[in-house]
Structures are given as C-alpha cells and as structure tokens.
Design a protein around this ligand. Structure first.
Ligand code: AMP
Ligand code: MG
Length: 434
C-alpha cells in the first residue's frame, strides 16, 4: 500500500524500461511485410500497397437518377397546369442499354434509373410528373406524353465522373480495406488487389506442468491457455497463428519446436522469463540469436524477453517472450505483440483505442509501475464509468474475460482515487457501451 512514511519507491529503476521504451525497441526490429495480390473480399482489413487510380469515369456515362423521361428542359419551359406541353416519345432506354435515339426539341425518351441519358437530352423528369399514369388508365398509347411543369436544366441527370473522375486517385496506399474500399475497388472493376500480406506468428508455450486442452486432466497439470488466448489475439489483430504447442522446460524440447517456429515472421513464447526460471529459455534462445531479458515498468507483465533469432537459412526472426501468467501474457501481448503485428501489416496507428472514464474505486500502485487494471466500462447518462473486476492477480484469467478495458494508473502516481478520471485502454469496443 502506498502510504506516507514508506521508504521512497524506486520509480525509475534504471534497469526497467518504460512501456514506450520497450515498444520502441521492439518496433525497431519489425518490418513491413511484402505485398500479396488477392481477391478483394479476402483482403479485408489489410493495407493497400498502391494508390488506386480510376481507369475510367464512375459513373461512366451521364445517366438517369429516376424512372421518367429524358428531354430538353427548353422543350417544357412554358409548361403549366393549364397549358401542358405535349412531347413525342421516340424511344425507351433501360439500364445497361445504350440509347440509339437522339432527343430533339419537343421530344422525349422513356428512361429507367441508371440508364444512359440519350444524346440531345439534358434533363430527366420523373414519370409521376407527366400524365403517363392517366394515359395508361384510359388505354391511350404512350407515343406522346404531357408535361405540366417546367423543370430546371440538368435535373435528375447524374453526370459522368461525378463519383470518380478518370485518372483520379480514389484510394490511397497505406489505407486499410474496409467494406467501402472493397466496394470502391469492385466499382472500378478490380477483382483482386495488392495488399501487405499477413504475418505468420509462431506461438509456443513452455512449461513442464502444461497440458493440452482436450487431453485428460492429470494431477498437478495446468491446461495451456496462453497458446489459445495469444493465438486468438493474433487472429483478432490480423496475423495468422502457427501453433507450435507445448515445449517442456529442457533444451531439447524447446529446440525441437524452434525449428518450425523459425519459419514464421515472428515467434511468440510464453513463460520462462521470470527471474530464477529463465535460464533455460534464455540459453536456448541465446544459442539461436540475440536475446535481451527486460523488466518493463508495468503491472502485470514486468518480465519480458525480446530478441532476434537466426534461422538455419540465415533468416532473422524476431522473438517476443511473454510472461507465463495468463493475464500477464495477454496484457503484454496487447501492448507489444499487437503493435508488432500492426507494423508488419503496414498499419501506422499502434495505440489501442482509449476512453476517459470516472473510476468507481481506487487503483493502488505500490511500486511505481504503470498499472493496467482490468475494468468494465459502462456508459451512464453519456459518461463513461470504469469499475474494476475484483482481485487483480495476474493468474486470474476469468477476470480478463469479465473486463472490456484496462484502466491505467500511471507509474508516477501511488494511486488513482475513486471519482477521478482515468484513461481506459479498450480491449473491446462493445456495442452496448458505445
Ligand atoms: P513461469 O513464467 O514459467 O514461471 O510461469 C508463471 C505462471 O504461469 C505459472 O503459474 C505457470 O503455471 C503459468 N503458466 C505458464 N505458461 C502457461 C500457459 N501456457 N497457460 C497457462 N498458464 C501458464
Ligand atoms: Mg514455467
């Protein structure tokens, strides 16, 4: 408990990195991956490699916004209720057809929504504003039509190139494909698109106590949850998990799994990084490259390993070593693993979305680390409130499942009081809250 009279806390223990310093070092080793060409729908959420330039106008031709008649506005400038102007109907044009008639003075062509406006016409009048219905009802043919109102020139004509001009850059390289971008690509006639490929992320859990979910329970065993929570996060943030399974706490076991791990774009391990325990993982990984073990000024997830391994073919593979405790592994992944994947994906914003909320109960900060407290954010009368999920032990994975955000107490505060405004990093963006 951070109370007065305690010896000064080691806020800035020089051996500890801040979250930002650790992130910067990690991102320094990550590179944007190569491009892949894929069907536009499969490229959702990936980053566009090239600008997309319209090869032709969209829409390609002037076309009608309504079902009605294409005409020259001048033909009906004197039309009124008392003196309707009668026009000669010289043809019909539907969407997908090219008009084969020219519209002259005193003439009209029946036209459907989206159909190209015939040459000579400058305006479309909706059929409701003609006497078409009356004519149909009284069995008259539609070789003529009467118009009872004058119209502004250009009305209900959608000009060619209104949506995009030929040669115009409509999508910018670096943008993320959302449904609207996928639609724009299709509208331009593209079936495939060049995007930054997704990283393959090898995931390895280490520990003699670990059991594979689905296997029978054995006394003393702990089911491996980290592989699954981390793989789920990898997927959520756009990577492709490559599950290596469980390595035991011995050199041979880790080495056997590493060979496959080094085929991937990044290796993420969990456990074996806390003091007194890390020697084995450290030895293995140091054999294969350069590994640093860090303390990061955060809670949970103080111990972290990061380095670069060299595969047999000389490929360099970054390695992120998460702590073993299930909450620590997830929280550390959210801070560092997510950003690493985003950088490889060519994304540029690495910060998780945050909201400011009123804290319902204090967050204690006993040793000058940045505390990420599991919290539930709700919205009441337009104001966000954050309540903690109870005990904050880094082994309590169900409290992560109850949370939708991480409420942050900065490293230089010994506590955040109830009623204070707190920054909350949102783990989810739940629709019932936003
Ligand atoms: P360690 O870093 O190996 O000391 O592990 C710290 C704690 O995390 C221990 O209680 C481990 O049993 C637990 N742990 C390690 N790996 C996993 C895992 N993959 N799934 C669930 N718990 C784990
Ligand atoms: Mg262990």
């Amino acid at each position: 408990m951070a109370e007065h009279g305690h010896p000064p806390r080691h806020y800035y223990d020089a051996s500890m990195l801040s979250v930002e310093e650790a992130l910067e070092r990690i991102l320094g080793y990550m590179h944007v991956l190569e491009a892949e060409e894929k069907p536009i729908l499969d490229a959702m959420e990936q980053v566009l490699v090239d600008d997309v330039v319209a090869a032709r106008d969209i829409p390609p031709l002037d076309n009608s916004a309504m079902d009605g008649y294409a005409l020259q506005a001048a033909s009906v400038e004197d039309a009124s209720e008392d003196h309707p102007v009668v026009l000669k109907v010289t043809g019909v044009v539907a969407a997908g057809e090219l008009p084969d008639v020219r519209v002259g003075p005193g003439e009209a062509v029946r036209i459907m929504t989206g159909a190209p406006v015939p040459e000579g016409a400058d305006t479309v009048i909706p059929f409701e504003e003609t006497d078409e219905l009356e004519r149909r009802d009284s069995g008259l043919n539609l070789s003529e039509i009467a118009v009872k109102v004058a119209v502004d020139i250009g009305r209900d004509v959608r000009p060619a190139g209104q949506d995009a001009r030929r040669g115009e850059r409509v999508l910018e390289r670096g943008s993320i494909l959302r449904p609207s971008e996928v639609g724009v690509l299709a509208a331009l006639g593209h079936s495939t698109v060049s995007v930054v490929r997704r990283p393959v992320v090898a995931i390895l859990s280490t520990g003699d106590e670990l059991l594979e979910p689905g296997d029978p329970y054995g006394v003393g065993g702990i089911y491996d949850s980290n592989s699954y929570s981390v793989a789920a996060l990898v997927r959520r943030y756009g990577g492709i998990p490559n599950m290596l399974g469980i390595a035991r706490d011995n050199l041979d076991s880790v080495n056997a799994k590493l060979r496959e791990g080094l085929q991937s774009d990044i290796l993420i391990t969990s456990a074996g990084v806390s003091k007194g325990d890390y020697d084995m993982v450290k030895d293995v990984l140091t054999q294969h490259g350069e590994i640093d073990f860090w303390s990061v000024r955060m809670k949970p997830a103080k111990p972290l390993a990061f380095g670069v391994l060299t595969a047999q073919d000389g490929r360099q593979v970054p390695h992120l070593g998460l702590p073993g405790n299930p909450v620590s592994a997830m929280v550390a992944f959210e801070q560092f693993g997510r950003a690493a994947i985003y950088k490889m994906l060519g994304r540029t914003g690495y910060q998780k979305p945050r909201v400011q909320a009123i804290l319902d109960e204090p967050i204690h900060n006993t040793d000058g680390r940045r505390v990420f407290a599991r919290a539930v954010v709700t919205k009441e009368d337009g104001i966000y409130r954050a309540r903690l999920t109870g005990a904050q032990g880094s082994n309590l994975l169900t409290s992560m499942a109850r949370a939708n955000g991480l409420a942050i107490c900065p490293e230089d505060l010994s506590r955040k009081e109830a009623g204070e405004v707190v920054d909350v990093q949102m783990l989810d963006w739940p629709e019932e809250v936003f």
